[in-house]
Design a protein around this ligand. Structure first.
Ligand code: SAH
Length: 360
């Protein structure tokens, strides 16, 4: 069997792996062991998996492979942030960023090659959309980081390239591996999915998975949000906000994290801070202000530090916990919205939104 015809075990969650070994005539617990070898121990050599029977190991070696994306650049930043460029099939590349902080290590993972949502201030959008990542390509980013860093990955944020809810099934499956006790053991509070707000997919997510929710809000009213985050024209604030509120309902520890990029003279006035307070009334919320990270060709500028402080102050005084996101990894272009990877076929292929949650 040629390598390209082999099943990549990196694509399988625990249940699927148990199913696979059962199909080969073995007991499901061998599937659990196999899953643990790959994700907990990072082992890809079947010979080393000593608690799996020899005959099963031989069958696995013949029919399957364990393949994570190949790292083509491994770039540490001056502030300790680490960026990997991963090579995928067909020449595409995506980026993964590791951000070490005291007591935790956060991995920022990509979910698509490029993005189809076309937010006006995001450099990924400029590259157009190529395709969804597979489960292996998403969880493979975690696998690679866990192998390469001495510090453990304690948190994963789906905030790299792409819109995770537009790659629903693969993202849900990869998140189940992140949260699996035989694998990366991350609690639902340590896996964050960041979305620009595909409302039906968000509602579906609540039924099948559990994670912390971050939403790219960026504007306090529909008129401005239509410009900045065009998916708002399809799912405006009066649909988005209740869907987010429902997402966290029933868990008192939870809040929605609202991401708000600070764009000079566009969305950063006192009046807009007041509008934002009003909009979030009744929703347990945290706001993350993100200083805009410029990229070549953009006409946006970041708000001044004084403006950001004043904006933050308004929200805090209204009782909303507000943080200003520190920009990390700027010297290696690893900050929010600076991840570019390499998207083959830049023809801004439109992804029909109706396909995104066809099973909903
Ligand atoms: N598609 C997902 C993940 C995007 S990246 C989403 O929309 O949430 C994570 C965050 O960085 C998002 O809030 C995104 O809007 C923001 N971002 C994008 N470009 C940026 C830029 N140039 N500067 C600062 N933040 C940016």
């Amino acid at each position: 069997m040629s390598d390209s015809e082999k099943i990549n075990l990196m694509n399988l969650d625990q249940k699927a792996m148990e199913g696979l070994v059962q199909g080969l005539g073995a007991k499901p617990f061998h599937g659990r062991n196999l899953f643990k070898w790959i994700h907990r121990h990072g082992v890809i050599d079947f010979d080393a998996m000593t608690d799996i029977s020899k005959s099963l190991r031989e069958q696995l070696a013949q029919l399957t492979e364990i393949r994570a994306p190949e790292v083509v650049f491994d770039q540490p930043s001056l502030d300790g942030t680490h960026k990997w460029v991963m090579q995928l099939e067909c020449g595409n590349r995506v980026e993964t960023v590791f951000i070490p902080e005291t007591g935790r290590g956060t991995l920022c993972v990509s979910s698509q090659v490029g993005c189809s949502l076309n937010c006006s201030f995001c450099s990924t959008a400029q590259q157009g959309f190529n395709r969804n990542l597979s489960v292996a390509e998403i969880i493979g980013q975690v696998w690679v980081a866990a192998r390469r860093m001495r510090k453990p990955v304690t948190n994963v944020v789906l905030m790299g390239m792409g819109e995770p809810l537009a790659n629903f099934d693969a993202v849900v499956s990869a998140m189940s591996i992140m949260q699996n006790d035989l694998a990366y053991m991350l609690s639902k509070y340590r896996v964050t999915i960041s979305t620009s707000g595909i409302v039906p997919a968000l509602r579906r997510l609540r039924e099948v998975s559990n994670a912390t929710l971050a939403v790219s809000l960026h504007a306090p009213d529909n008129e401005l949000r239509d410009q900045l985050v065009p998916i708002n024209r399809k799912y405006p604030l009066e649909q988005l906000i209740p869907a987010c509120r429902d997402f966290i309902q029933g868990d008192k520890r939870r809040k929605v994290t609202w991401e708000y990029v600070m764009l000079d003279g566009v969305n950063d006035s006192d009046h807009q801070a007041k509008q934002l307070v009003k909009l979030l009334e009744g929703t347990p919320s945290k706001v993350n202000l993100i200083p805009f990270n410029p990229f070549p060709g953009t006409s946006y500028r970041t708000s001044s530090p004084e403006r950001i402080l004043a904006f933050r102050d308004r929200l805090m005084r209204a009782g909303i916990m507000t943080m200003t996101r520190k920009t990390r990894g700027e010297d290696i272009d690893a900050a929010c919205g600076q991840l570019v990877g390499r998207v083959q076929d830049r023809s801004r292929r439109e992804l029909p939104l109706s396909n995104l949650f066809a099973k909903g």
